[in-house]
Design a protein around this ligand. Structure first.
Ligand SMILES: [Zn+2]
Ligand SMILES: [Zn+2]
Ligand SMILES: [Zn+2]
Length: 83
């Protein structure tokens, strides 16, 4: 879906990741950063601490790390990628 169609993205953008490892389990690689608070968590193919962060905090938007032109943005609340 388009970014402008997601009601959650406007309030949360351009937050810097707080680290380069999952803050919960410490692994590196396939990481996601929370766009609300900068939490760094591992992805669903690892231990899904990004998903756990969404369930615990309600922070809906994540980006894939490292942040480049090719990183993706996902909204858990909309359950869709944002372009
Ligand atoms: Zn959304
Ligand atoms: Zn983890
Ligand atoms: Zn967060």
């Amino acid at each position: 879906m388009k970014r402008e169609d997601c009601p959650h993205v406007a309030a949360v953008d351009h937050v810097q990741p707080r680290g380069d490892r999952c803050e919960t389990c410490g692994i590196s690689g396939s990481l996601r950063v929370c766009s609300t608070c900068g939490y760094v968590g591992c992805c669903e193919s690892s231990r899904a601490h990004d998903t756990q962060h969404w369930r615990e905090t309600g922070h809906p938007i994540i980006r894939s790390l490292p942040i480049t032109d090719r990183s993706f943005t996902w909204c858990y609340a909309c359950n869709d990628y944002l372009y």
